[in-house]
Write a protein that binds this ligand. Structure first.
Ligand code: UD1
Ligand code: CA
Length: 452
């Protein structure tokens, strides 16, 4: 779709969230609600987006500063019509204007497309999305004449007893001809039960003019649900989670138990990868093909190549190469580049380090601030001692080094190519190529000691 711009209403207070955050910054599957809406509008081809902010406006603006959207400030929340009035300079007369709410995270670009097609085919001045619901209390009601033609929207609080019985409601999604929206905004008053400027009043105003107006009746009501409380936030999260899991399964990812799998909105996963239960995959995580992930992994902003197997592990802001096995119970902290065919075993922590291909770090080891080469064997209990209480230092371990069990490598220190470190050593000086470093006191056996 082209030739349309979008206004997103996000000024409301969200009192029922009981939160320090503005409502639209609460997240669904790791993405703020307002970003969910922005991303769908962009996906549909919106040429510009204006977010109307009010409650905690600075926080919302700050969060969206890299999204390429404009802002309009609604200092006082005097109604949805008033909110759109604040964005009047954004409205191009010769373009269509899509109006959305920032607290409806489940909206889909396909739905906007259907609405816009409906609207343009009939050359309407405005079209909205309506839905038939069991309990229509609280919503704007769509009033039609005896032939079924659209007449107007009446807010629930302004409904007559007869109008209250109507089951067709306004979902709050509109597409306007820009010129008609501008004209209607000048005519909306606050002469109603709530003393607010109602955007839906624009429907009747436009219908009485040159162009028609109608409601496009949608089937899936859940998509339009606004989030007003933490309970509704969890409901939205559940629906979004199911959608995301379905998307990955459709693309050839096996998810053993979708109900116990939590995948963020922006995560990518390759074909034939298997996700075991209990995984939380977050942020910009990208997983290759034929990987085995889980059970019980939390991966945040991770990049996994193909054939990676990772279980019972927390890992963040790092990359893992082809064929590498991680866990159980490993902890990969930010800024690690872990190469191919590596083993990072149980109770191993790695931080801010590069690990070369074919290296084994099998158990109970801490590798921090280190540059580790290829085919190295770290014995059980190796520690890179990177911190002297004031500064951090790097440890360099060159290719084909063998580090015996329970060694301390006191940084800054270099173990040169092919060198050995004897078990139990505390290494403070560089070890030359192919040398054995022994840095521990010799054993003495005291004869007859137990008799004394
Ligand atoms: C609105 C519609 C109603 C529709 C319903 C669907 C009006 C008058 N009524 O009702 O017909 O059935 O949505 O959910 O429009 N907002 C602002 N500034 C304001 C007021 C609201 O930015 O001054 C934003 C809110 O943050 C929210 C959205 O607009 O995202 C809707 O506002 P809300 O108060 O929830 O509208 P409803 O009364 O539920
Ligand atoms: Ca609402």
């Amino acid at each position: 779709m082209n030739n349309f711009k979008t206004i997103i209403l996000a000024a409301g207070k969200g009192t029922r969230m009981k939160s320090k955050l503005p409502k639209v910054l609460h997240k669904v599957c790791g993405k703020t609600m307002v970003e969910c809406v922005i991303d769908e509008a962009v996906k549909c081809g919106s040429e510009g987006i204006c977010v109307v902010v009010g409650d905690k406006a600075e926080m919302v603006k700050d969060c969206l500063k890299d999204k390429g959207v404009e802002f309009a400030l609604q200092a006082e929340q005097l109604g949805t019509g008033h909110a759109v009035m604040q964005a009047v300079d954004f409205i191009d007369e010769d373009k269509d204007i899509l109006v959305l709410y920032g607290d409806t995270p489940l909206l889909k670009a396909e739905t906007f497309e259907k609405l816009i097609s409906f609207h343009r085919e009939k050359n309407y001045g405005v079209s909205i999305i309506s839905a038939n619901v069991e309990d229509s209390a609280g919503y704007g009601h769509i009033i039609r004449d005896e032939k079924g033609a659209f007449v107007k929207n009446v807010e629930y609080k302004d409904c007559t007893e007869e109008e209250k019985l109507v089951k067709e409601i306004n979902t709050g999604i509109y597409i306007f001809k820009g010129s008609e929206l501008k004209r209607a905004l000048g005519l909306i008053t606050n002469n109603n039960a709530q003393g607010e400027y109602y955007l839906p009043d624009a429907l009747e105003i436009i219908l009485k003019g040159e162009f028609g107006a109608d409601a496009y009746v949608a089937e899936d009501v859940a998509e339009f649900s606004g989030v007003n409380s933490r309970v509704q936030l969890a409901e939205a999260e559940k629906i979004m989670r199911e959608r995301i899991n379905l998307f990955h399964m459709t693309n050839g990812v096996t998810i053993i138990n979708p109900e116990a799998t939590y995948i963020g909105a922006d995560v990518e996963i390759g074909m034939d990868t298997i996700i075991y239960p209990g995984c939380v995959l977050e942020g910009k995580t990208v997983i290759g093909e034929d990987c085995k992930v889980g059970p019980d992994c939390r991966l945040t902003d991770m990049i996994l190549a193909d054939n990676v197997a990772i279980q019972y592990t927390t890992a963040m802001e790092s990359s893992i190469g082809n064929g590498t096995k991680v866990g159980p119970y490993a902890y990969i902290r930010p800024n690690c580049k872990i190469g191919e065919n590596i083993k990072v075993g149980d109770f191993v922590e790695v931080k801010n380090s590069v690990i070369g291909n074919g290296t084994k770090i099998s158990h109970l080891t801490y590798i921090g601030d280190s540059d580790v080469g290829e085919r190295i064997n770290f014995g059980c209990g190796t520690i890179t001692v990177n911190y002297d209480g004031k500064k951090k230092f790097r440890t360099v371990v060159e290719d084909d080094v063998f580090v015996g069990c329970n060694a301390n490598l006191i940084a800054p220190v270099t173990l040169k190519q092919g060198s050995y470190v004897a078990a139990g050593s505390t290494v403070t000086n560089d070890v030359p190529e192919k040398c054995l470093a022994v840095a521990r006191s010799r054993q003495t056996n005291i004869e007859g000691w137990t008799k004394k």
